[in-house]
Design a protein around this ligand. Structure first.
Ligand SMILES: [Zn+2]
Length: 91
């Protein structure tokens, strides 16, 4: 079984070098689900994943629409929200 790399993903913006995660907040400061920018630059939503309070993302990340990047992600500087997977929402 191939091992899957653990990646500490830095916080960034849509203009940052890939890979990174991209925070989204409402006007009143509420934290929304983050976006993830793949190593190849493709930006994904995270609705199918669980974002834990410590920034750990489960299950493992698979960029199945672009370069098949398969890693375990941890979001650095994650503000501590917990987002269970949300298959019905697009956010
Ligand atoms: Zn990719």
């Amino acid at each position: 079984m191939a091992s899957v790399a653990n990646i500490q993903l830095p916080r960034g913006t849509l203009e940052s070098p890939a890979p990174c995660w991209i925070p989204r907040t409402s006007r009143d400061g509420k934290t929304f689900r983050p976006l993830v920018k793949c190593v190849c630059g493709t930006v994904y939503g995270t609705a199918a994943h669980h974002i834990h309070k410590d920034g750990t993302v489960t299950a493992s990340w698979m960029s199945n629409l672009c370069c098949q990047w398969h890693v375990h992600l941890k979001l650095l500087d994650w503000p501590g929200e917990d987002f269970p997977p949300s298959y019905e929402g697009g956010t």
